[in-house]
Write a protein that binds this ligand. Structure first.
Ligand SMILES: Nc1ncnc2c1ncn2[C@@H]1O[C@H](COP(=O)(O)OP(=O)(O)O)[C@@H](O)[C@H]1O
Ligand SMILES: CSC[C@H]1O[C@H](OP(=O)(O)O)[C@H](O)[C@@H]1O
Length: 397
């Protein structure tokens, strides 16, 4: 990967993105190239540049100096492009084959040029279309175990770890999560966005002091616990899949945080998809949750036994305690994510496309019940096999 530092930042448009790709030697001169801006996320521009004759393509992602979904009134650091490209490189080292290859990055232009994954589909879309994605859970379990264990204090020498913590200090993007995942949805704030039919359920949530106390504890963990280098936004919209391949994209929220945050977001987004399904179609989702956690636990355990540098790691019960704590946090973080995707600023298509409207509202009310119970009862859920019963019980009215 080449790292460049050109003179001035400018937002690209399709023609300048093509010119840049040619200037960088990513395509030969004099070829006819197509370019389309395909970004459908909340924050950045994503250019897909292709050479129709050979079928070759690249992705050029550029951060804007503000959040794309809101506009210039919400300035946002360009440094997120550095975080994203550095995280992709680190993740490629720790979980080979599970992230796109980075071809080039330029910190001044805030761009990352990477492997084109257009032959795959975003996992959220695949799950909404009820596609068969048999390896998704196992691959994500493996991705999480390797990236999280090998960036933790169990695997790194203290100075190396602290150096990495510095490199991945990401205050602006963490603030987004602190606000939109851990704060705003739990109060009557303007940033929240929900249908009028949900107001009563939202008000019940805002009055629930037990939920608020438990969210306060989870938020504090997010603010203070530098457990491992998180992806930081591991929802199903950040994962490309097919029947055989899985690639994790978009780690611009990466920072050192509590290990349970990534598994929590992944599991929450599977649960949000389960809420959109009829009961007889939900088994795939609960099996995926079990598979993802069990793979995470097996691979984390194997890595611990093989590569832990921590003197106490052989003490009986320490591995089990560590995994139990990560699982408890995972369930709590999942509850926060389920709630914020229901009444917060950033929604998910799994819920927003449920038809008819009355069923959508019913599923969102169920999501709020589920989220609250995951947060409050997280210590009673000790293994992923319990989640299907818990889910059915939590949403029953
Ligand atoms: N490497 C890639 N290959 C193909 N398409 C991609 C790639 N990266 C991103 N995209 C497309 O761009 C969209 C937005 O990318 P994403 O990284 O999620 O942006 P944002 O940071 O704005 O959320 C994705 O949903 C996907 O459709
Ligand atoms: C206005 S930021 C809201 C939301 O957007 C991010 O997701 P993505 O970049 O995948 O669109 C992240 O989840 C933030 O919480």
């Amino acid at each position: 990967m080449a790292i460049a530092n050109s003179s001035l930042y400018e937002p690209l448009i399709e023609s300048s993105a093509v010119a840049l790709a040619v200037r960088l030697g990513l395509f030969e001169d004099n070829l006819v190239l197509n370019c389309e801006e395909i970004g459908d996320g909340n924050l950045n521009l994503v250019f897909h540049i292709t050479e129709p004759k050979s079928g070759k393509g690249i992705i050029l992602k550029q951060a804007l100096p503000y959040a794309k979904v809101i506009g210039e009134s919400w300035p946002l650091t360009l440094d997120r492009a550095r975080i994203e490209s550095s995280a992709l490189v680190k993740q490629a080292e720790l979980a080979p084959g599970l992230v796109p290859e980075v071809y080039y990055t330029d910190q001044t232009l805030a761009i990352t040029v990477m492997e084109d994954l257009s032959h795959l589909q975003i996992a959220r879309k695949a799950l909404i279309e009820r596609k068969d994605v048999p390896l998704l859970a196992e691959h994500i379990g493996k991705f999480m175990a390797h990236t999280l264990f090998y960036t933790s204090d169990f695997a790194l020498k203290p100075h190396v770890k602290k150096q990495l913590v510095k490199q991945f200090t990401n205050p602006d993007l963490c603030k987004i999560t602190e606000d939109f995942v851990f704060t705003d949805p739990f109060f009557d704030y303007e940033s929240n966005d929900f249908e009028p039919e949900l107001r009563e359920a939202a008000e019940t949530l805002w009055e629930d002091t037990h939920v608020k106390l438990e969210v306060a504890k989870l938020k504090r963990k997010f603010l203070t616990e530098a457990g491992a280098l998180l992806h930081g936004d591991l929802h199903t919209g950040s994962i490309f899949v097919s029947e055989t391949e899985t690639k994790v994209i978009d780690p611009e929220f990466a920072f050192f945080g509590p290990i349970g945050f990534d598994p929590g977001q992944f599991i929450a987004n599977l649960l949000l998809n389960a809420l959109s399904r009829e009961e007889q179609e939900q088994d795939f989702i609960f099996e995926a949750i079990e598979k993802a956690w069990n793979t995470f636990e097996e691979e984390f355990t194997a890595a611990w036994k093989k590569d832990s540098l921590e003197r106490f790691s052989e003490v009986e019960g320490y591995l089990e305690h560590t995994l139990e704590q990560i699982f408890e946090d995972t369930i709590g973080f999942a509850g926060c994510e389920v709630i914020r995707r229901t009444i917060g600023l950033a929604h998910v298509a799994d819920l927003d496309t449920i038809e008819p409207y009355s069923r959508r509202i019913e599923s969102k009310i169920q999501a709020l019940e589920l989220g609250k119970k995951l947060i409050k009862q997280r210590r009673n859920i000790t293994e992923p096999g319990q989640l299907k019963r818990f889910f059915r019980h939590a949403i029953a009215r």
